[in-house]
Design a protein around this ligand. Structure first.
Ligand code: JFZ
Length: 476
């Protein structure tokens, strides 16, 4: 049909506007995580700041402090609960707990070794406790002498050594800082055994602003100025603080290191990304930027008698499960008071690293599964689906991927260095791939499906739910 000039011009203008809009939206939506962009800043600012973290996917959490000295026991008695809470659980008076500093001499601490352990596991960042709830600074602080350089025979600043080692090995260093709870301070939150007025209180803490001005903010300033660029500040347990107080903890980071990320536990939903409840993995894909902080056994800080180490299978499954749902995995180790990461942890991290060196492509920078049904855990890159096969042998030596409408251009195993094409058979709504007799990877064999453009998924509303069809969920 012949279109008159005017309409044609309008049409072209409209088309250009639409294309521009589409391009802008596509730019922002490249990763679906743009959803939480704050109104104050443009989407691209947030995306730019988040980029390294979205790529990294896997980080090391380290809980290390004076609590590693008693390692879960006080006066000969095992204290239940997580190791770094021993002061609280055993209601240890401040003067007694302070004595631990005199015994803290981690002569075996070697920053390069720790960073290498993280790097060999395939982790891209390290988040370490610069100050936990016990109030003891694991870095050189001028705000209070209650810090590792001034109060221990060790006399070194491990955060400085870690910062240098991270720079050498190309990892990002990030700091945990307990901003609200500080059991060493009468004006902070938490210590009700030395300061009985604290017991049972629910209202915002009187005097908290003084503690902030005297200790917390000066120390956050120190960790943001003494150690070079910091990847993120991991605040925790924002109990009984006001929105204004949370905002000041945000502002100081923005002022000193505008690119430094902040986790949601700063309070009042002011962070850049969400930290899930500890050790919790959502049931389904969760939009936005989030991470699961989790321990490798049942404690964060070292406890001598906690030997409930998760298996390599379990840890690898959790990593894939989290990435397939759109999150990051922040996996914790608790070094000893000598400065050693327990061998059981190192062994497991090394095994994950072995898997990551072959299969890291299916983790780093990956988006979540395109499927609503989690029959297989899948991760994605543009034009690619990585199908993770934990259950081997697959049924009838075949991998069946249902509800896949698009045709697969090429399928291959990440475990195959030659990336030889696998047969792909179309059977109704499913794609069927005959698999080798024995598992190419005993932990998780990754099958890559390549497509022309983005794959189209067609899942009927009646498709079975995740729990009904994911045997690996039951296994772990
Ligand atoms: C906190 C700390 O109290 C703990 O010692 C450790 O550092 C951990 C990583 O974080 O504990 C929490 C905080 C939040 C939740 C659970 C435990 N939560 O939201 O479920």
């Amino acid at each position: 049909m012949f279109v008159n000039d005017n309409a044609g011009t309008n049409g072209i203008v409209r088309l250009i506007v639409l294309l521009l809009l589409a391009a802008i939206t596509a730019g922002c939506a490249q990763t679906p995580q743009h959803a939480k962009c704050e109104q104050r800043e443009s989407c691209s600012d947030k995306d730019r700041r988040m980029a390294w973290w979205r790529e990294a996917k896997f980080g090391m959490f380290i809980h290390w402090g004076l609590y590693a000295v008693p390692q879960g026991r006080w006066k000969g008695e095992p204290i239940p609960g997580i190791g770094e809470w021993i002061m609280y659980r055993a209601e240890i008076p401040i003067p007694e707990y302070e004595q631990l500093a005199k015994q803290f001499n981690p002569v075996k601490f070697n920053a390069d070794e720790w960073v290498r352990i993280a790097k060999d596991a395939g982790m891209k960042y390290i988040t370490i406790t610069s100050k936990h709830h016990d109030g003891f600074a694991m870095f050189h602080s001028k705000a209070t002498p209650y810090n590792i350089v001034d109060a221990t025979p060790f006399g070194r600043d491990p955060m400085k050594e870690l910062a240098e080692a991270c720079r050498r090995h190309g990892l990002r260093l990030c700091f945990y800082y307990s901003h609200a709870q500080d059991w060493h301070e009468p004006d902070a939150v938490g210590n009700h055994w030395d300061f009985p007025k604290e017991k049972g209180r629910k209202d915002p803490k009187e005097g908290f602003d003084d503690y902030m001005d005297r200790k917390a903010l000066p120390q956050v300033r120190e960790i943001l100025t003494q150690y070079g660029p910091i990847g993120l500040i991991w605040y925790d347990t924002p109990f009984r603080i006001t929105k204004q107080q949370s905002e000041r903890f945000v502002e100081i980071v923005r002022e000193l290191q505008p690119d430094c990320l902040i986790n949601s536990r700063v309070g009042f939903d002011l962070g850049d990304y969400g930290s899930e409840g500890d050790n919790r993995i959502p049931d389904a894909v969760r939009p936005g930027d989030w991470e699961t902080p989790a321990t490798i056994n049942d404690t964060w800080g070292f406890k001598a008698y906690d030997r409930n180490w998760k298996s390599v299978d379990d840890l690898t499954f959790k990593l894939v499960d989290i990435v397939s749902k759109g999150g990051n995995y922040l996996l914790n180790v608790g070094p000893t008071a000598e400065g050693v990461i327990p061998k059981a942890s190192v062994d497991r991290l090394r095994a994950i690293g072995k898997w990551m060196r072959v299969n890291g492509e299916s983790i780093y920078g990956c988006g979540p599964t395109p499927f609503r049904t989690l029959i297989h855990r899948c991760t994605t890159k543009p034009g690619k689906i990585y199908v993770h096969v934990f259950e081997y042998p697959v049924v009838d030596k075949k991998l069946v991927i249902r509800y896949l409408k698009s045709d697969v251009k090429k399928a291959y195993l990440l475990a195959d260095p030659w990336r030889r094409s696998l047969d792909v058979i179309r059977e109704g709504d499913a794609v069927v791939i005959p698999m080798p007799d024995t598992a190419p990877d005993p932990v998780d064999t990754v099958v890559v499906l390549e497509f022309d453009g983005q794959p189209v998924i067609d899942e009927p509303a009646s498709a079975p739910t995740a729990s009904a069809v994911a045997p690996e969920l039951k296994r772990h």
